[in-house]
Design a protein around this ligand. Structure first.
Ligand code: F6P
Ligand code: MG
Length: 478
C-alpha cells in the first residue's frame, strides 16, 4: 500500500524526528554503552576466584569491549549523517527486510543516511542493528541493555501499582454488591460501564510518561470512586482529542466469552495497567474469557515488553525482596495487591492470560512457530500485515478486539506519514481497516496525528508547539 503523503523524516528540522536523531538517539546509545561498561566492570571484580571461570569472564569482557566499540562508531557516524550500515547476517529474523529497504533508499537519491531516511524505518532499524551487536557474541546474546532500566523504573512506580490494586479491590467489592458477578442487572450493567471507563482510561494514561494517572484515585467507597472518576475524566477530557470509549464498550458487549488481544507497548507500570484492565474484563464481565498479549522478541524502543520482561514484571510483584524494597508489602495491608497477582498467576497457568509466544521464549527466539511474532520488530506499517505476516493477520481475525497500546503502535497503524490531522482514522489504516476490530490507545509522542478536526489541529499547531509529541494529549480510536 502506498499512502498519498510522504513519511516523516529528519529533513524537516522542525519535526520531532530531527530532534530525535540529533539528541535523543545519541543519549540512548550512550546509556547502552554505560550499561555494558558497568556490567563489564562488575565482571572484572569477579576475576581471580576460579581459573576456569576466569577464562569465560575474560572472554565476556573482551566481547563487551567490542560491543562498546561498535556503538561508539555508530554514534560517530550517526552524528555525521553517514550511510546506515547493512545488518549483518546474525541468524535472527528480518535481516533481509531491513537491508532491502536500505538498498531501496540508497537508490532513491541516497536516502540511506541517518538524517534522510524515513523516521519510522530508521528507528526500527536502529534497534535491530543494536541487537545484532549482541547476537554476534557468545556471551552477550541473551543480554538486554535496557532490562535494568525497565525494572528500576518499575520499582519507582510501586506506589501507583498499589493504588491500582486498591482501586481494583473497590471494584470487586462493588460488583459483589451488585450480586452475581456475571449476572448483569440493568443497574449492574450501568455500574459496570462506569468501571470500564475507569479501566480503559487508566490503561490509556498508562502510556503517558509521567505515570501520574492514578493520583486522582482514593480508596473510598464506590459512590466516591464514581464521583472521583468522573471528576478526573472531566479534568483529562480536554487532553483526550478523540475518545471512542463508548464504541469500545459496545464492541466488548457484543462478545460472549470472547478473546481480546493486547499488542503491548511498555514494560513495568504500563504493562500493569494492561493486566488490570484484562483482569477486569475476564473476571467481572461475561464478555471476555481469554486475553492474548503480544510482546517484542528483542529489546525495542528502550522500554517495550519482551517475554523476559513480562515474566519479570509479574514475578517482581510476587517477590518478597521486590515488595520489601518498595515498602509495598507493608502498605498492602489488606492484601489487595497479593490477591490480584495471585489471580493473574492462576490465569497465566490456565491459559486465560497468554503470551502469543511461550513464556520461556528467550530474546531473539520465537522463530518458525507460525506466529509471525517477529513482525512486531520489523519496520513494516500495519497496513502491510496481511501480505507480510499473513499467519498473524489471520490469527488476529479470530480476536473480538485487538488493543494496540502506545505511540509506536499508532505510528505503525498510520504508517507514520504526513496525513493531515483531520484524515479519518479509517483512511489512515489503509488496507488494515476492516480486517478485525481494533482500538488504539495512545498518548501523543510523535508528529503523526489523525482524526482531529481541522480547526482544533490548526489552533494547536499555532498555540502549543509540543501538543503532538510531549505525551500530554491522548486519543482512543476504534
Ligand atoms: O518520544 C518519541 C518516541 O521515542 C518515538 O520514537 C516512539 O514512537 C515513542 O516515543 C515510543 O513511545 P511508546 O512507548 O508510547 O510507543
Ligand atoms: Mg514503547
Amino acid at each position: 500500500f502506498t499512502p498519498p503523503v510522504p513519511p516523516y523524516d529528519p529533513t524537516d528540522k522542525s519535526g520531532f524526528s530531527y530532534e530525535t536523531v540529533l539528541k535523543r538517539w545519541p543519549i540512548i546509545l550512550t546509556s547502552v554503552i554505560d550499561r555494558v561498561n558497568r556490567d563489564s566492570n562488575n565482571l572484572h571484580a569477579k576475576l581471580g576466584s576460579d581459573p576456569a571461570g576466569d577464562t569465560i569472564i575474560q572472554a565476556r569482557i573482551a566481547e563487551g569491549k567490542k560491543i562498546i566499540e561498535h556503538i561508539s562508531k555508530l554514534k560517530y557516524e550517526m552524528a555525521r549523517d553517514r550511510e546506515m550500515p547493512e545488518i549483518p547476517d546474525d541468524g535472527e529474523p528480518s535481516v533481509a527486510i531491513f537491508n532491502a529497504e536500505l538498498d531501496a533508499l540508497r537508490r532513491d537519491g541516497g536516502r540511506n543516511t541517518w538524517f534522510k531516511a524515513p523516521w519510522l524505518f530508521a528507528e526500527c532499524y536502529l534497534y535491530r542493528l543494536l541487537r545484532s551487536y549482541f547476537v554476534q557474541t557468545e556471551h552477550w546474546s541473551a543480554y538486554d541493555p535496557f532490562f535494568a532500566q525497565k525494572l528500576d523504573t518499575f520499582r519507582g512506580s510501586a506506589a501507583v501499582v498499589l493504588r491500582a490494586s486498591a482501586m481494583y479491590f473497590l471494584l470487586a467489592s462493588t460488583l459483589q454488591e451488585i450480586g452475581n458477578e456475571k449476572d448483569l442487572l440493568s443497574n449492574g450493567a450501568e455500574k459496570l460501564k462506569i468501571l470500564f471507563e475507569e479501566m480503559i482510561q487508566m490503561c490509556l494514561w498508562g502510556n503517558a510518561t509521567d505515570l501520574s494517572l492514578l493520583t486522582h484515585l482514593t480508596s473510598e467507597d464506590m459512590a466516591d470512586l464514581q464521583a472521583v472518576g468522573r471528576d478526573a475524566q472531566e479534568r483529562r477530557k480536554t487532553f483526550i482529542l478523540r475518545d471512542d470509549k463508548d464504541s469500545v464498550w459496545e464492541c466488548i458487549r457484543g462478545m460472549k466469552d470472547g478473546r481480546i488481544d493486547f499488542v503491548l507497548d511498555n514494560s513495568g507500570f504500563e504493562l500493569i495497567t494492561d493486566l488490570v484492565f484484562s483482569d477486569f474484563l475476564v473476571t467481572y464481565t461475561p464478555y471476555v474469557s481469554k486475553v492474548v498479549f503480544h510482546p517484542k522478541l528483542i529489546p525495542w524502543f528502550v522500554s517495550d515488553v519482551t517475554p523476559p520482561d513480562f515474566n519479570a514484571t509479574v514475578d517482581a510483584l510476587c517477590h518478597v525482596d521486590f515488595l520489601k524494597s518498595n515498602a509495598l508489602a507493608a502498605s498492602d495491608t489488606k492484601g489487595h495487591l497479593a490477591s490480584m497477582v495471585a489471580r493473574w498467576r492462576a490465569y497465566l497457568a490456565d491459559g486465560t492470560f497468554a503470551l502469543s509466544v511461550p513464556r520461556s521464549t528467550p530474546l531473539g527466539g520465537g522463530k518458525g512457530q507460525g506466529t509471525n511474532a517477529e513482525f512486531w520488530t520489523t519496520p513494516y506499517p500495519y497496513w502491510d500485515m496481511e501480505t507480510r505476516a499473513n499467519a498473524l493477520w489471520g490469527d488476529l481475525r479470530q480476536s473480538g478486539l485487538v488493543i494496540f497500546k502506545g505511540d509506536l503502535n499508532y505510528r505503525k497503524l498510520t504508517g507514520d506519514v504526513k496525513w493531515p490531522a483531520w484524515t479519518s482514522f479509517e483512511e489512515a489504516l489503509g488496507p488494515l481497516a476492516g480486517s478485525f476490530p481494533l482500538v488504539s490507545l495512545r498518548t501523543n509522542k510523535a508528529d503523526v496525528v489523525v482524526g482531529v478536526n481541522k480547526e482544533t489541529a490548526e489552533r494547536l499547531d499555532i498555540e502549543d508547539k509540543k501538543w503532538r509529541v510531549d505525551g500530554r494529549y491522548a486519543s482512543s480510536f476504534i
